[in-house]
Design a protein around this ligand. Structure first.
Ligand code: SF4
Length: 431
């Protein structure tokens, strides 16, 4: 961690990513913590991640900021958009954290990709920056230069209890790092390097998505804070630093349209109710929980709203999944197989569905007393199928119902306007 007496940096001359990080600060003690600072920084960002986190509901950020969540420390958020402070007052906490005089542990959250400031420096500019400092060699009152956000990341990440990259730009480089990449954009992980560890010994934690679900972020922060409090286990992360309970399964495995895929039924237009794979959905190979969790407040989400999955949570996004309007090349194999097998399965299920849509009484009386439609009685073929189906269903088990010989007593009854069909010979009606 740096000190308050470190030389001032010169604007446009940030430290070079390949040299980071060098220092291994002391590990932080476990909780309980009363307060924890969160330093939110934005690189090449559209601020979409900020918006999505502000909309998180389960859990929401309000409880964390108010310090009203049981067992949770109060979170002091330093955010370039949401904080009330501005200017030098806003930047002071960043400087204190860098100087080691903050007094409380802190977490770094980075939104947007990390640009290569060396490219901007060639023309004396910068890609993204926050605050300004005296240029080196200048006396008090001299010229100031802006401080690139990458410099703040370099300064604060080594001393952070955890560094969290939010959104696909920060986790994998995202759209700014697409083919061409004029800014040299990269992920936080690429910038800090393989050897980076937070003060608590954690590599970069990644919450991908463009934008990710806000709840994925707040839930992960909750889990980390519980761990830092010493009352929860270290949350499980996969080999790329994603919370494995959130990103361990594919979109397809949680998609409400997966039943259509299985039966080989595919839509030809956006918004159709069937599976969207033939119009470009990449869900079967994408790690994301958007359909299970919904976009906001458990509602919406790409496929739930009729749109395809364009793989925005994936490290290969966007280049490996474009053009988005084309079907995934490998999809033709699985959809062809699904059409063949699913076509048979679908027909068998329709028969079972018809069987399941009838009361047992209707089967016995061979009559469906519905005022909505004339439903056909059972055919010989269907009766035969049901016979063997039930034999198989109750094979090795006791079939529910009355004992053999008593079945008739079940299906009679007095019905208004109908003669009685109570057909139990052992009992006389009216007695
Ligand atoms: Fe899978 Fe996409 Fe079809 Fe959903 S719409 S079932 S994610 S291929």
């Amino acid at each position: 961690m740096g000190t308050a007496t470190e030389p001032k940096i010169r604007g446009g001359q940030p430290s070079i990513p390949a040299t980071m990080p060098q220092e291994q600060p002391e590990r932080l003690p476990l909780g309980p913590l009363k307060t924890i600072h969160v330093f939110w920084m934005a690189g090449m960002s559209c601020d979409g991640c900020t918006i999505t986190v502000a909309g998180a509901t389960n859990p929401g950020i309000e409880g964390l900021l108010m310090g009203t969540v049981p067992a949770m420390p109060k979170v002091l958020l330093h955010h370039p958009v949401l904080s009330v402070e501005s200017g030098a007052e806003f930047m002071q906490s960043f400087k204190d954290a860098h100087a080691g005089t903050l007094g409380d542990p802190y977490v770094v959250v980075f939104e947007g990709s990390v640009p290569d400031e060396r490219i901007a420096k060639r023309t004396g500019g910068y890609w993204s920056a926050m605050g300004s400092e005296l240029m080196s060699g200048e006396a008090e009152g001299g010229r100031h230069a802006v401080v690139p956000t990458t410099e703040w990341l370099s300064r604060l990440a080594p001393g952070a209890a955890a560094t969290i990259a939010i959104g696909t730009c920060a986790t994998w480089g995202g759209i700014p790092s697409a083919e061409g990449n004029p800014t040299g954009a990269m992920s936080v992980m690429d910038f800090l390097g393989k050897d980076y560890r937070s003060a608590f010994g954690l590599p970069v934690i990644n919450i991908p998505g463009c934008a990710p679900q806000g709840d994925n972020f707040t839930e992960t922060v909750f889990a980390i804070l519980l761990f830092l409090q010493g009352i929860g286990p270290l949350p499980a992360f996969d080999e790329l630093g994603r919370p494995s309970w959130l990103y361990g399964e594919t979109v397809h495995q949680g998609c409400t349209r997966a039943g259509y895929y299985e039966e080989g039924v595919f839509t030809k237009e956006y918004g159709g109710k069937e599976c969207l794979v033939e119009i470009g959905c990449w869900g079967p190979v994408v790690n994301c929980n958007i359909v299970k969790r919904g976009a906001i407040n458990h509602m919406g989400g790409c496929m739930a709203a009729g749109g395809i999955c364009i793989a925005c949570t994936m490290p290969g996004f966007p280049d490996k999944f474009s053009p988005f309007y084309k079907a995934p090349p490998g999809g033709i194999i699985s959809t062809t197989m699904s059409r063949g097998v699913g076509g048979v399965i679908r027909r068998l299920r329709r028969l079972s569905n018809r069987h399941a849509n009838r009361e047992r009484r209707w089967d016995v009386n061979d009559d469906v007393p519905s005022g909505w439609a004339n439903l056909p009685g059972s055919t010989v073929g269907l009766k035969a199928m049901e016979f063997f189906y039930q034999k198989w269903q109750h094979w090795g088990a006791r079939k529910p119902g009355r004992n053999p010989g008593e079945e008739q007593r079940l299906w009679g009854g007095m019905r208004p306007g109908k003669p009685s069909d109570y057909i139990d010979d052992s009992v006389s009606e009216g007695k």
